[in-house]
Design a protein around this ligand. Structure first.
Ligand SMILES: [Zn+2]
Length: 413
């Protein structure tokens, strides 16, 4: 149950907050929060700005920095801002401070770290990933403050570091040193993925497996192939042999998009630099997204057997190594209160039904789920994260802030 009068006032307030959203995006984009793993200065400047801002609104803000040798004594900031509610139970919105590097600058139509506004689009590195979630949640809180409305549950805004490079100095750190902040009765929302009309609520992830396959043969002159063992030809046949994997791991689960496990050859390391040499060593990678019922060990074993049998036919040795293996944690139930609350919010704002779904993996929500905390990933995306000319939509920003405000104001029966 939401007090419709209150919600209506918040909606109108947020409609009128567009310029403020643009200004906040401009400040955030200008503070380059690329993590040190990606050669950047870290999240310090951006966190300092947000700490001051949130305190100026009258919010209590705690910081749980993670030490990082590469940075100064301030380390990697992890802020938690509190808006007290009528109840001690919490609703969390977790967004991340860090952004990925801009990549090839020649692909950008403007400076990635200067906000560019074009119509209702806001361009700049980080505008979508993750300033969209960050700005939407901050503005929802600010709307309640401006209208003197107290949320039902206490709102916790978590602004964490290191999401783009493993989260160990972000949410991982927070869960290690301050697990008691979170309860499995809290509503935990991670606005960091979704679909373009806000109707996808991510509740489950496939297991992720990255494999490196190394083929070792014999390099020689291309005019005398009989004196070598061509690893590139073997490589091609190995890739074809691995096409058997989808049939061997054929289970389907309609919760996921796509509903089956996937096994994609992706990166190929360079072999020889010239055309007239037969390569004697080739390395390629397989990106596997595996439904949770399969053990990743089974997958590694089958890849090894299929690939080695094939390579042997060419007299080539082959090894398989796991570069990354993340067994997916138990999903958040599609019936979880956080899912239901988001569904009601999306219905109220966008007039559409939102559907709980599984994805290919890779959100920070996996850490919550590993810790037994039911988290839902949701936002309305423009699908430009990590790309040149990243942008977000001002209309979606307003809408998503309204959905979050609906969750904050809702009295659960
Ligand atoms: Zn993100």
């Amino acid at each position: 149950m939401v007090n419709m009068g209150h919600f209506q006032r918040v909606r109108e307030h947020l409609e009128g907050a567009r310029q403020e959203m643009i200004d906040l995006q401009r400040e955030l984009v200008a503070r380059v929060a690329v993590g040190p793993d990606n050669g950047g200065p870290g999240e310090g400047e951006k966190a300092k700005f947000l700490l001051t801002l949130l305190q100026s609104w009258g919010l209590r803000v705690d910081n749980y920095p993670a030490p990082d040798d590469r940075l100064g004594p301030d380390g990697r900031p992890n802020l938690v801002a509190w808006l007290p509610g009528q109840k001690a139970e919490k609703v969390w919105v977790l967004s991340h401070l860090d952004v990925v590097p801009p990549g090839d600058l020649s692909l950008w139509h403007s400076d990635p770290f200067t906000l560019r506004v074009e119509g209702e689009r806001l361009y700049g590195r980080g505008t979508e990933d993750n300033h969209h979630g960050l700005v939407a949640s901050l503005m929802a809180v600010k709307a309640l403050l401006a209208l003197n409305l107290t949320p039902i549950r206490t709102v916790g805004l978590a602004l964490v570091s290191d999401e783009e490079t493993g989260s160990q100095k972000g949410l991982g750190h927070l869960l290690r040193i301050k697990r008691e902040l979170f309860s499995d009765r809290d509503l935990i929302i991670v606005p960091d993925a979704g679909n373009s009309d806000g109707t996808m609520i991510e509740v489950a992830e496939k297991s992720l497996l990255w494999l490196r396959l190394t083929l070792q043969g014999q390099q020689c002159h291309a005019s005398r192939p009989q004196s070598g063992k061509n690893t590139l030809r073997a490589c091609g046949h190995v890739i074809v042999a691995l096409e058997a994997l989808p049939q061997e791991f054929s289970h389907q689960d309609p919760l996921f998009q796509p509903p089956h496990s996937t096994f994609e050859p992706t990166m190929k390391e360079a072999n020889v630099p010239n055309i007239n040499t037969i390569p004697g060593r080739d390395v390629f990678y397989l990106d596997c997204r595996v439904l949770p019922q399969y053990d990743l060990k089974q997958v590694i074993d089958r890849v090894t057997v299929l690939a080695q049998e094939t390579a042997q036919r060419f007299g080539v040795a082959l090894t398989v190594e796991a570069v990354q293996a993340l067994e997916s944690p138990p999903p958040t139930s599609p019936e979880a209160p956080v899912v239901k609350a988001l569904q009601r919010g999306v219905r109220a704002v966008y007039r559409r039904p939102a559907i709980p779904q599984g994805i290919g993996g890779g959100t920070v929500a996996a850490l919550f789920r590993q810790a037994g905390l039911p988290a839902a990933v949701w936002m309305t995306v423009s699908d430009t994260a990590h790309q040149p000319n990243e942008f977000t939509s001002l209309n979606k920003l307003v809408g998503d802030a309204q959905v979050l405000a609906h969750v904050f104001l809702e009295q659960e029966s």
